[in-house]
Structure formats: C-alpha cells, structure tokens
Design a protein around this ligand. Structure first.
Ligand SMILES: [Zn+2]
Length: 392
C-alpha cells in the first residue's frame, strides 16, 4: 500500500514539474508574441530606395526589446528587433529602453500608480528574484542583458556610452565593419525609487537617456497618462539638473504638457521626444503640439516619430513620412528622426529588417537623399553625441 502511495506521489511530482517547465518556457514566448506584432503593410521598395538604404546609418531612439525574454543575438520570428534584423535594416544605433512598471489596464487617458503588470512578467520570465520587487533592479537587469548580448555578439553589437564611442562606431561602419551600437535609456524615473543617488547608479550601469514619467504620475514628474498630470516635482527639477550635468539626455515622451513646458523652460542642453507623433497629423493626446515641437527644436533637440497607430494614426509608412514632413515644415529638417517604439507592446506595419519602407515613403514624398540621411539617423546621432558628452 505504502509503495503504491509513494509511486503515486512521484508521478504527481513529475507531472507538476513538467507543467511548470512548460509554463515558464512557453508563457514568456506567448506574451512576447501577443504584445509585439507586425501587420504587414504592402510597400514596393524601388531599386533607388534599396540602394540608398544600403548607404544609411539608421538610428532609432526607442525600443523596448529588453523587456521580453528574447535572445537578441539570434533572429526571431516574434517581435520587431534582434541583431540580425538591425543589421539587415542598416542600423548604426538603436536606443534600448528599460520599462520598469506598467499599470493594469494601461491606457492613454488616466492611470493610477497602484498596480503593475511588470511584476508578473519578471516572475513568469524567471528573472533574478532581486528584480521581482525593485524597480531599480529591473533597470540594472536590463542593462546587464544588453551588455551580455554585446559580449556574445562577436563584435557586431556594441554598447555606446560616450561621444567617442559614436565616432568609432561610425568610422568602423564606414570602413566596412558590420556593427550596431546599442544605447540604454529609461522609460519613467520611478526606478530611482525616490533617491537621486540612484541616478548615478543607473548612469554607471550605462544609461544615457531617460523619460521622466511613463504611464502614471511618479515622484519625479507628471505623466500625460497620469491622474493629476502635474509638472516637475522638486525632486524632478533636481533630477533634470543632475542629468544635464552628467550627460544624460532628457526625454519628453509620455510627459504631461505641464512637465514638457517646465523642462523646456529650464533645459540648457538638447532634449528629445524619443517616440511618438505630432498632433497636427494624428490627434492623440500623447502626441506633441506645434508649440512643443518648436520648444524641442529650440534646445537643439530632435523629435522621434513612431510607427504605430497611436503615433501616426495608421501602420502605413506614408503616415510616418507625413508626420516627418510636418516637423520639417515647422522647425526645419535638423530636428526630426525615428522613434519606432518597436517591441513596446505595439503593432507595426514592418519590423526593423524592413525599415527601408520608411526610406521609400520619404523618397516617394519628395525628400532629398541628404534629408533622408538626416531623418533616418544623422539627426539622432548628432543629438545623442552632443547630449551624452560630459558637461564641459
Ligand atoms: Zn513609450
């Protein structure tokens, strides 16, 4: 009798372990696939666009690829970005963001700070337990992931932290090397956990850009999608000054109108809006007003145009070109670039390997080759290079 009982228990244990293994392997993949989709928009890439693409140094200011359990060194059939797809798209640099907290039922209108879906993800993905309940540790883990991918890449992925890193990257690419730069950014400074000293910890881990708030108001700044949507807090003002002193670029994406106005009023260095659209071509609350676009340009900064519905009101790359044309008409060609939000729980019309769709849309809209070179990477590389220099 006892023998049968222990055999039965052993069988139950085996079934449970098998179910757990299945759960922790399959579920992260299913979540990634469900959150980051491509609904392909048919685009004919002309030989002229293809030839131009092959000479570009593409640079993009925002992707959330580090949030998911995906090996970015090998080509994947899910999501939008991995190293092979960046290489195929002729990318010189991709900014990889760290998302640390997302409210349940996340929306553009109003979210409180009392719920979080990233905690579940951290556990299901079997991230190190130190990341389960610390937002700072989640960002440090994302930084470790990018550094780890770079180490495994055989020199094809390089983490960028200084202006001379950018110079060397571009020089190496010019002499024929296959190499892509990755720069770390932060989506919402709730991850400093109220302690400005943690900004130094994040800088030391390689972070060189940060958005002040993400989908909810935090102790640094008001979010466009928060409840109060206020401006900078006293801590937030200190944070902006400290970022400028260190050479960390201030990102206005997701900030409330009050926060945008207050940052623009105090900025002494170029600021960016890393990913989004403009109200003039897509009237969604998260997109920039004409005044805000002028404000970013006045700092010498750049506006990154996104590829998803909320940014350009379509998945069609021609709508990306329309938003870019608007920024050009408003403030000139030097202040507009790419901010895809690839892998940011978005659906897009193409992935990183198919970024020539945007080049094609720009060519078809009458942009010159020189202007396309600036839009597809030149402007972003110029602003990042200036923004990460230590203050002289
Ligand atoms: Zn975002």
């Amino acid at each position: 009798m006892r023998k049968w009982l222990s055999l039965g228990l052993a069988l139950v244990a085996v079934v449970l372990v098998a179910a757990a293994v299945r759960f922790f392997v399959i579920t992260p993949e299913r979540i990634d696939r469900g959150q980051n989709k491509v609904q392909r928009v048919a685009v004919d890439i002309t030989p002229a666009a293809q030839a131009l693409q092959a000479t570009l140094d593409v640079a993009d200011m925002h992707a959330d690829s580090l949030l998911w359990k995906r090996d970015l060194i090998v080509r994947s059939d899910r999501g939008h970005i991995d190293l092979p797809r960046l290489i195929e798209g002729h990318y010189a640099l991709q900014v990889f963001s760290s998302v640390t907290k997302s409210p349940k039922g996340q929306n553009y209108d109003a979210n409180g700070a009392d719920t979080d879906t990233i905690t579940n993800l951290a556990i299901i993905d079997l991230q190190p337990p130190r990341t389960w309940f610390s937002l700072l540790q989640r960002s440090l883990w994302h930084a470790e992931k990018l550094h780890g991918f770079a180490e495994q890449s055989g020199g094809r992925l390089r983490v960028i932290t200084t202006p001379s890193d950018i110079d060397r990257l571009l020089a190496d690419r010019k002499s024929g090397a296959t190499v892509v730069g990755g720069m770390l950014s932060i989506e919402g400074l709730q991850n400093i956990e109220g302690n400005i000293g943690n900004l130094d910890v994040l800088y030391a881990a390689g972070f060189r850009m940060a958005g002040l708030a993400h989908f909810f108001d935090n102790d640094v700044a008001g979010s466009m999608h928060g409840v109060a949507k206020g401006g900078l807090t006293p801590l937030g003002r200190q944070v902006v000054q400290r970022m400028e002193a260190k050479g960390m670029i201030v990102d206005l994406a997701h900030a409330s109108h009050a926060t945008v106005a207050e940052v623009l009023a105090m900025a002494t260095r170029p600021v960016v809006s890393s990913h989004g659209g403009v109200q003039a071509t897509c009237k969604v609350n998260r997109n920039l007003t004409d005044d805000e676009v002028r404000g970013v340009a006045r700092t010498g900064g750049v506006v990154g145009i996104g590829f998803w519905q909320g940014a350009v009101c379509s998945l069609d790359p021609r709508n990306v070109a329309r938003a870019i044309a608007h920024v050009r008409d408003l403030v000139g060609i030097d202040h507009v670039g790419l901010g895809s939000d690839f892998d940011g729980s978005t659906t897009t019309g193409f992935d990183a390997s198919e970024i020539a769709a945007v080049t094609q849309a720009l060519l078809s809209s009458g942009f010159s080759e020189d202007d396309i070179r600036k839009i597809m990477g030149g402007n972003v590389l110029r602003v990042l290079r200036a923004g990460i220099a230590a203050k002289g």
